[in-house]
Ligand binder design. Structure first.
Ligand SMILES: [Ca+2]
Length: 190
């Protein structure tokens, strides 16, 4: 072990050693056997991106399951190139006019949940930044599945070849009330 190089480092080293002799921590932290002095996160550590989500339904509805790995491992600045053709082809496969797929890819890609903090917070809601010059983001009460499927299969973007049976999921609200404090979500259904 190298010697501490400053008073603060020496203090940190002593703190770590003291913590390691506390019985409860000693039992819980196998790392206490490591006597190296730690001053900051290991800059040599390599993190691997395993998943990401921005807008609801982009991954789950538009992208084939076999391509989820690519979506999860790439970055938003690659989304237009990687995802737009598949998203538009998906919409076109249902006979919807090209404008529907084109509009959806323009609004949903890059796959980022956009918030405009310069707008009033009472205008928050999924895609409100695009549809109503609002705050954006997503409210817990937003029925994002119905909104998304209405855009894909309903008359929101075009009246041609709509598929009413695919608009909505027949779930109009959470079965349990949201909490007033963090994490706000109710416990999951068993
Ligand atoms: Ca719904």
């Amino acid at each position: 072990m190298s010697a501490p190089t400053s008073t603060s480092q020496a203090t940190m080293t002593r703190t770590l050693r003291t913590a390691c002799v506390a019985p409860a921590l000693f039992a819980a932290l196998a790392a206490c056997t490591d006597t190296r002095t730690i001053f900051a996160p290991d800059t040599n550590r390599t993190y691997v991106q395993v998943e990401r989500l921005g807008n609801p339904l982009v991954n789950e509805v538009f992208i084939a399951k076999r391509n989820h790995g690519v979506h999860n491992a790439t970055s938003p600045n690659q989304d237009v190139a990687n995802l737009a053709p598949e998203m538009q082809a998906f919409v076109n496969s249902f006979g919807r006019p090209a404008i529907v797929g084109q509009t959806l890819t323009q609004v949903l890609l890059p796959d980022e949940l956009i918030v405009d903090p310069t707008k009033a917070t009472n205008t928050a809601g999924w895609l409100s930044w695009a549809l109503a010059s609002g705050y954006g983001g997503r409210l817990l009460t937003d029925d994002v599945v119905d909104a998304g499927t209405a855009a894909i299969f309903g008359s929101l973007l075009s009246p041609t070849n709509t598929i009413p049976s695919l608009v909505g999921d027949n779930v109009n609200a959470s079965q349990k009330p949201f909490l007033a404090t963090f994490p706000y979500l109710a416990t999951p259904n068993p």
